[in-house]
Design a protein around this ligand. Structure first.
Ligand code: ADP
Ligand code: MG
Length: 888
């Protein structure tokens, strides 16, 4: 096996290509080694004047180990090299060199990570490296690599040892570093010093004209260069025939020329030193075939020049920061400035969404239409907004995930600090998963993959864009609710009741207010007012009544959120009430309790703006508050550690799987599955495998007590359906049962290969815990109501593996049938902790061994004293290849 090829982004936003060393690389390598400074060569070869030609021969010799080159995309020049050579003891010596002018950009770290991935897949468990003590840069590279390194001091050198398997934590650490190149790349797009518009036009109605008009009207703070060979000026700016004619290299170029000219224009931009392109032109991967080929060529041009790309087939980008004021889009109407970063995958839809943001009063920090996502994608903008001080809330409209696992890790990190709200259209590729297990059927039926992804990462999922912006307005303007108790203040009874119902449907509580608050309200309001909750001040309520009532409920420590409803009557003006609500919202008493306003009626909402968010229905307000409350709870829970339980005995399990795979892909035998789970530290009922019914009695006697007998054979996936399970048998009865079973099965054409004799598990609640590998999402872990009726009940919770203890616990508690575990109708409570442990361990097992394509533990029987697996099936397949670490 060799490492895959990939493009990677460096810390400064440039890109280089990583690829395996090939036999004909000798000259390139020789040139590279020759170009190194004396010091760099000394560090690499421990010798001041090595024979460069001999070293190059040695490095180019692909039989000596695995070598990886970092080459520039422009001309294939070697700028870095890393290599490992395995020894017999499962370790390998690793070494690097990076060209002097290219150091400090993360090349060695990327080489190390990708070499480690290859090594781990080849069965190399550890890397060792000898480093001269003066080589501070290399020592730093190892220390900051995300791998747990051990350093031993030897005379004249340091001996560094690290494992080749990257933990989830290491991967995430690694991606944080990757984040800085994403931030640099997006910076060229959203905050360029200068912009060229290629295809700028004066023709009204053309896209080129719309972009120019928006850029100029938006008041972009840098120079704008329209590019059009047939015009002298456009929007009052002198036009240039080509990018090459512009006196300074524009940092960003927006390209709006016909599809067949885009590549040539991109080449010109590259030659001129442009740093990023926004290609609005359509006719690329979205049309397939020739379009895809054109997109590949466009990306190659960008990679070769280290230029980053938004689109093609997009609407453009907008940054409302007054220091930049960039509207490089052809969207009609500019968004209001605000604190929500919004990325939309769909361009056409983006226009409608921007319109909606305006009518919902949601101000944006920036807008990006990602289009065909040839290069920069939602993940890169997420990372940019993560550290952007102008962005408090991130809103995403998604149609597909490029790399869901990466999205999950990035989003999970961000949602600990900033809310991320997403609308995901379309259904996930449930049909792509070929699954014949119970878990597979349960997951496919529930289509819960995207939910699993969002829950895993704390992302708020909205069903519609309006709902997304409602939640965004609330979260960007108001504090997070500390709990679920809502007070409603209204001037009309009907809407308040609907609001209370909508709140309860969101899991919020509208309880009577406490006595002191009621007394305060009674003093402050007219006698006709109802002061329980909702606080109904009836139609005659004035703006001053609203102010007093809101102040009273905000002072109640048992109130976590307040919804003010105003139905325009004849007497009171909406504008006055809006002003009063806004003023209360600004008081210190509202600093920790969110206030929402719903204005109903003909003269509509005056602007409550800045502070208090406004909703046009009580349902919309309740829904937004529900999202904010759940997110608040997510933020308050201490996060699971990134690496939950490290799977036990990974090496031994890897060996077991490798042995099984040597026999072929498919379902493992029950005995092999049992051995694997036992090795992973999972509780599984003791059993004996026998071939003949005659051996059953002896096996049962060895186990002692009553036993279960199960027929084993390739066709027997659902044993009880075929009459292949008998329970609670004495040794004698067990043997007879096996004989009877054999007769029945042979008659049915399903002659068993043998029998499993198993201890009986103590009675308890039956659960299913399973795993299905998803081609896009990686392993999914599921837990649900189990046993032979699992599919019938269809009660299941799904997450991305691995899950930590907190998430495993939440999965169990969110099951409809959780009460069965929790002492339903006086039954003893089951050991929930033991089940949680099983879920956690199985998820860790699946995450560490992607060869596990499907795994079913059905049932896991949970009783008061513990939980045990009585039936396990595992299907293994060669692991799907995944993108190398750091690959773009
Ligand atoms: P299959 O799922 O192939 O039909 P199982 O091994 O799951 O076969 O057995 C079916 C049912 O029998 C289980 O759901 C469980 O209720 C019961 N059962 C099986 N093995 C045991 C055991 N060792 N102890 C107690 N109950 C068992
Ligand atoms: Mg079963």
């Amino acid at each position: 096996m060799t490492t895959a090829e990939s493009d990677v982004a460096l810390r400064d936003g440039r890109t280089v290509h990583l690829r395996p060393v090939q036999a004909d690389d000798f000259e390139r390598i020789e040139r590279f080694l020759g170009s190194l400074s004396d010091e760099a060569r000394w560090f690499r070869f421990f010798s001041g004047a090595p024979d460069v030609s001999r070293m190059a021969h040695w490095i180019a010799d692909t039989r000596r180990g695995v070598g990886l080159l970092a080459v520039t995309a422009e001309d294939g020049m070697v700028v870095g090299h890393g290599q490992y050579a395995p020894d017999d003891a499962g370790s390998a010596e690793v070494a690097f060199a990076v060209a002097d002018g290219w150091q400090g950009r993360g090349i060695a770290t990327l080489l190390l990570a990708q070499l480690a991935e290859t090594a781990a897949a080849e069965g190399v468990l550890h890397f060792t490296a000898s480093v001269l003590p003066a080589n501070h840069r290399m020592i730093g590279t190892f220390r900051d690599s995300g791998f747990p390194v051990e350093v031993r001091v030897r005379p004249g050198e340091l001996q560094i040892t690290l494992p080749t398997t990257m933990t989830e934590e290491g991967r995430s650490h690694f991606e944080e570093r990757e984040g800085s190149s994403a931030v640099a790349a997006v910076g060229h797009v959203l905050a360029p010093r200068s912009v060229a518009v290629v295809g700028a036009s004066r023709r009204p109605g053309s896209i080129g004209a719309a972009i120019m008009a928006n850029l100029v009207a938006g008041g972009f703070t840098g120079p704008i260069f329209p590019i059009n060979p047939r015009a002298a000026t456009i929007e009052g700016r002198p036009a240039f025939a080509s990018v090459a004619d512009v006196p300074e290299a524009p940092e960003l170029a927006v390209i709006a020329v016909p599809a067949d000219q885009v590549i040539a224009v991109a080449r010109e931009c590259a030659a001129a030193g442009v740093r990023a392109l926004v290609v609005v032109t359509a006719g690329f991967s979205e049309v397939g075939g020739a379009g895809q080929a054109r997109q590949d060529r466009l990306l190659a041009v960008c990679r070769a020049a280290g230029m980053r790309l938004v689109g093609p087939n997009c609407l453009g980008v907008i940054n409302t920061d007054p220091d930049v004021a960039l509207n490089a889009s052809f969207a009609p109407g500019a968004p209001q400035p605000g604190r929500v970063g919004f990325a939309s995958q769909s361009g056409a839809f983006g226009i409608a969404a921007l319109d909606l943001a305006r009518t919902h009063g949601t101000g944006l920090s920036a807008f990006v239409s990602t289009g065909d996502k040839a290069d920069l994608s939602g993940n890169d903008f997420l990372r940019y907004w993560e550290s952007d001080p102008r962005t408090d809330v991130i809103a995403l409209y998604l149609e597909s995930f490029g790399n869901p696992a990466k999205f999950a890790r990035i989003a999970r990190r961000i949602t600990a600090v900033k809310p991320v709200i997403a609308v995901k259209s379309g259904r996930s590729g449930a049909g792509q998963r070929a699954a014949s297990s119970h878990t597979g059927a349960l997951i496919a039926a529930a289509d819960t993959t995207v939910d699993a992804l969002f829950r895993h990462s704390g992302v708020i999922r909205a069903d519609t864009v309006a709902e997304m912006f409602d939640a965004a307005s609330l979260l960007s303007r108001q504090p997070l609710p500390g709990g679920k108790r809502v007070a409603i203040v209204t001037n009309a009874g009907g809407p308040a009741i609907l609001c209370a119902d909508a709140c309860e449907a969101e899991g919020l509580e509208v309880r009577p207010l406490d006595e002191m608050t009621r007394a305060t309200l009674a003093r402050a309001l007219p006698a006709e007012a109802s002061v329980t909750n909702p606080v109904d001040m009836i139609a005659s309520a004035t703006a001053a009544d609203y102010a007093r009532a809101l102040e009273a409920v905000l002072d109640d420590p048992d109130v976590d959120a307040v919804i003010a409803i105003f139905v325009a009557p004849l007497a009171t003006r909406a504008a006055d009430v809006a002003a009063a609500v806004r003023a209360v919202g600004l008081q210190p008493r509202a600093a920790r309790t969110p206030v929402l306003a719903v204005f109903l009626g003909p003269d509509g909402p005056a602007n409550v703006e800045d502070g208090v968010p406004l909703f046009d229905s009580v349902e919309a307000a309740a829904r937004a508050l529900g999202h904010a409350t759940r997110y608040g709870r997510h933020r308050m829970r201490p996060p699971d550690p990134l690496t939950p339980t490290p799977p036990a005995q990974t090496d031994r399990i890897a060996a077991l799987i490798a042995e099984e795979l040597a026999l072929g892909e498919g379902w493992m035998s029950p005995a092999a599955a049992e051995a694997l789970l036992r090795t992973a530290g999972l509780p599984i009922t003791a059993s004996r495998s026998v071939v003949k019914p005659g051996a059953v009695r002896r096996a049962a006697q060895e186990l002692g007590g009553f036993v279960a007998v199960k027929a084993v054979g390739p066709g027997l996936l659902h044993k009880s359906d075929a009459g292949g399970v008998r329970l609670g048998l004495s040794a004698v009865a067990a043997e007879r049962a096996a004989q009877e079973m054999r007769l029945v099965l042979v008659a049915g054409g399903m002659a068993p290969d043998g029998f499993l004799v198993q201890e009986m598990a103590p009675t308890g609640v039956e659960l299913i815990v399973g795993v299905v590998g998803d081609p896009h999402f990686g392993p999914l872990i599921a837990v649900g109501a189990g046993g032979t009726t699992a599919e019938l009940i269809g009660d299941v919770q799904v997450r991305l593996a691995p899950v930590g203890p907190r998430e495993a616990d939440a999965m169990l508690r969110e099951l409809r049938t959780f009460p069965l575990l929790d002492g339903f109708r006086g039954t003893p409570k089951a050991a929930v902790g033991a089940v949680r442990d099983i879920v956690e361990r199985i998820s860790a097992l699946a995450a560490a061994h992607p060869e596990i394509a499907e795994l079913d533990c059905n049932p896991v029987i949970a009783g008061p004293s513990g939980a045990v697996i009585v039936d396990a099936r595992i299907r293994i397949a060669r692991a799907p290849s995944r993108a190398p670490v750091g690959a773009l």
